[in-house]
Design a protein. Sequence first.
Length: 114
Amino acid sequence: QVQLVESGGGLVQAGGSLRLSCAASGMFFSINTMGWYRQAPGKQRELVATMSSGGITNYADSVKGRFTISRDNAKNTVYLQMNSLKPEDTAVYYCRSSGVADYWGQGTQVTVSS
């Protein structure tokens, strides 16, 4: 059974930092592209960052230079380091695994206060 479990969300003031984690199980983690997406109230889910199995990264323009995606294949975990957070980063953040099939985590809330 495939599971993706996010953690690390919370409430932070603008300019602060958070680190999200997504622990995966039941899959060949190291061969999948892992990604972070977010969905703000009333908006569509959007890509934040992805990292391929080979370590190639892709970021949304809105987070470039502030967010960093990384992965630890030994721990089957992908991370999202978020610095210089802005109120517009407020959203539910989802982890996604893309391979033979797509899987999503349940999401973790990030709220940035001004």
